[in-house]
Design a protein around this ligand. Structure first.
Ligand code: PLZ
Length: 447
């Protein structure tokens, strides 16, 4: 059996149509046993992955521009991750940190304190999924402030549990017929430059004014426990707020005793060219939620924040059976070591520098591309009916399918489904990166 990880041949190789017969057979089995509500971007059944490729059951090797939704930044089966996980799994797999603790959990919290924005005294609590981290951040903020309300934004995505569905903006597929939702959630417009009514130049200032007015008139500052925001929105369309918006929000929260929660679950751990997206403007959140790339593919999530806030919660108030599982903690320590050793923040900036000019060139040739945006290796193009802001999700779907058939994994996103997003593993080689872009260019030529 072929081992995965970076030793896999870093090549695109198509030996069948996509998906091939072996994947189609598995898909038929899947249809008889897996719930329909869980779906796939591309039903190729993976047997190995590493570096910048995914290998499927038919022996096809696809270029990966998805990283399993921004998780495998260090690459699949990164050696540092495999080594530590293997060692840990042979020692013990679980005690429950609430039953009997172990060093790995503490080491991950030490790393998080060191790496997340701000030099203040910090504490962390570990969980298993991003949604769980966001839920716990809200619990902590409410407990510490004694206030009920939470502010969220248009186009936000924070998860699929009841409270995080309430925070998430988009109905289909995330919320449809899954209500009623948690209360005391208030949604503000997002600073979305392309779609700001009076133009991108006014966006930072006006969007800030709208949020603060909404809080003042509809909620009352003293009733707000927390404001939750993705510093670059992920599922909502890779919306990059204009410079100045996040620092203003953070200052407003500070002035009003509101806990500023940065959801860095998709943006964190080198993806945007910094350790965290908040670093770009030196924004220091009170609480940061992380998951995804934190543990290089194993399920681990965290809330990290000011010691006084985190420690406001009584002993026993936070936890969960699997939160900070020892194998996941070992994976995180390996993933962080890989990010440091490989300077993956630098790699993310390099990927951006390679991709942006080619995406801009593509946009110049295809008026359906309304905007190229993103930072580092978190890049996207938004598609609209040329000359308008009317979303063109059909074109996004056609281009994505053409890429898939040609052996390039790309994902879409956006409230209107009209955004193609690119999240290659940060360890992808320049050759594969270039070949992926060429496939994308050809796909546009035919869309
Ligand atoms: N916050 C910013 O991006 C997860 C969701 C995929 P979980 N995004 C991918 C899907 O369709 O379910 C995400 C995120 C941000 C929170 C989450 C939730 O993280 O680990 O999926 O619970």
């Amino acid at each position: 059996m072929a081992a995965g990880g970076p030793a896999l041949p870093q090549e695109r190789r198509l030996v069948t149509e996509i998906p091939g017969p072996a994947s189609r057979e598995l898909l038929a089995r899947r249809d008889r046993s897996v719930a329909r509500g869980v779906s796939h971007v591309l039903p190729v059944f993976v047997t190995a992955a590493g570096g910048g490729v995914l290998v499927d059951a038919d022996g096809n090797s696809l270029i990966d521009f998805g990283s399993g939704i921004a998780v495998t930044g260090v690459g699949n089966s990164a050696p540092e991750v495999v080594e530590r996980v293997t060692d840990q799994v042979s020692r013990f797999t679980h005690t429950c940190f609430m039953v009997a603790p172990y060093e790995g959990y503490v080491s991950v919290c030490e790393e998080l304190a060191w790496l997340t924005p701000g030099g203040h005294d910090k504490r962390s609590a570990l969980f298993s999924s991003g949604a769980e981290a966001v839920e716990n951040a809200v619990k902590i903020a409410r407990h510490a402030t004694g206030r009920p309300a939470v502010i969220t934004f248009d186009h936000a995505y924070h998860g699929r549990t009841n409270l995080t569905m309430a925070l998430t903006a988009k109905n289909m597929p995330y919320k449809h017929r899954f209500g009623p939702f948690a209360g005391e959630i208030y949604r503000a417009p997002m600073a979305y430059p392309l779609r700001w009514p009076t133009g991108p130049g006014n966006c930072a200032e006006e969007a800030f004014a709208v949020v603060t007015e909404l809080i003042h008139t509809q909620v009352g500052e003293q009733n707000v426990a927390a404001l939750v925001i993705e510093p670059i929105q992920g599922e909502g369309g890779f919306v990059v707020p204009p410079d100045g918006f996040l620092p203003r929000l953070a200052a407003f929260c500070r002035d009003n005793g509101i806990v500023f929660i940065a959801d860095e679950i998709q943006t964190g751990f080198c993806r945007t060219g910094d350790w965290f997206a908040c670093d770009h403007e030196s924004v220091v959140p009170d609480l940061v939620t992380t998951a995804k790339a934190l543990a290089g593919g194993l399920p681990l999530a965290a809330v990290t924040g000011r010691a006084a806030l985190m420690d406001a919660v009584h002993p026993g108030g936070l936890g969960g059976t699997y939160g900070g599982n020892p194998v996941a903690c070992a994976a995180a320590l390996g993933a962080i070591a890989a990010m440091e050793r490989g300077d993956l923040a630098g790699r993310a900036r390099h990927i951006g520098a390679v991709m942006l000019p080619r995406l801009r060139d593509l946009a110049a040739r295809h008026p359906v591309i309304a905007e190229v945006r993103g930072r580092g290796a978190m890049l996207a193009i938004e598609l609209t009916v040329p000359g308008t802001l009317q979303p063109a999700p059909d074109v996004a779907k056609r281009v994505a399918s053409a890429c898939h058939r040609a052996g390039l994994m790309v994902l879409t996103c956006g409230t209107f489904g009209n955004v193609l997003r690119f999240l290659p593993p940060l360890v992808i080689g320049d050759e594969l990166l270039g070949e992926g872009l060429t496939i994308l260019e050809h796909a546009f030529g035919r869309a």
